[in-house]
Design a protein around this ligand. Structure first.
Ligand SMILES: CC(C)(COP(=O)(O)OP(=O)(O)OC[C@H]1O[C@@H](n2cnc3c(N)ncnc32)[C@H](O)[C@@H]1OP(=O)(O)O)[C@@H](O)C(=O)NCCC(=O)NCCS
Length: 161
């Protein structure tokens, strides 16, 4: 479902998500990933565990996108567990803005490397990640179950501090 014409608006900025955002976060997650959005209870529990890593891009008309960054306890590696912009607001720099802010925060926390998984056919996401310096570190057939292949990409952050 493309709700672009009603959703497109000036972003107010990237901020850490609050508990009060969860309903809207779940709604936009379902718009962004119609076939594999997080069930609400998973989103809720991810928020409880990784609330500092849940970043949203807010606007006068509501949330335009989010990213979810989860750092392992040894702080060596963070994973991008989610990145998305609502359909009608894509191609305006919002995805890059969310990722850039996330990477700045992770570098400041002393994270050594950021990893993510991406569908091999997701050209837009691949372009974004390559342009941010990510490289493919592994091809993983069946990463999310049979027939659900992913590329694993990585970005060392050591030189950003
Ligand atoms: C991937 C996604 C987050 C990108 O967000 P976005 O706001 O549309 O992207 P941006 O406008 O910030 O563009 C960032 C870069 O993506 C690439 N890109 C954006 N739109 C593109 C298009 N139509 N074709 C090819 N590359 C494109 C470009 O490299 C662009 O950089 P540039 O503008 O300097 O050329 C967004 O498309 C999305 O939500 N897609 C569905 C969910 C998804 O696939 N998430 C990623 C899962 S791994």
């Amino acid at each position: 479902m493309n709700q672009g014409s009603t959703r497109r608006s000036e972003p107010e900025g990237v901020r850490t998500a609050a508990e009060a955002d969860l309903d809207q976060l779940s709604r936009i997650d379902n718009e962004i990933f119609p076939h594999d959005a997080y069930p609400y209870f998973v989103l809720r529990q991810l928020f409880d565990v990784h609330s500092d890593g849940f970043l949203v891009l807010d606007s006068a008309t509501g949330l335009l996108g989010y990213t979810l960054l989860a750092t392992k306890p040894d702080v060596k590696t963070s994973w991008v567990l989610g990145l998305g912009v609502v359909p009608g607001s894509r191609g305006l720099g919002h995805g890059r803005r969310l990722m850039t802010e996330g990477l700045v925060r992770l570098a400041a926390e002393g994270v050594g490397e950021v990893r993510l998984s991406v569908e091999p056919t997701n050209v837009i996401a691949l372009n974004l990640y390559h342009s941010l310096g990510f490289g493919v570190v592994e091809e993983r057939p069946g990463f999310f179950g049979a027939g659900n292949d992913r590329l694993i990409m990585g970005l060392p952050l050591a030189d950003r501090r």
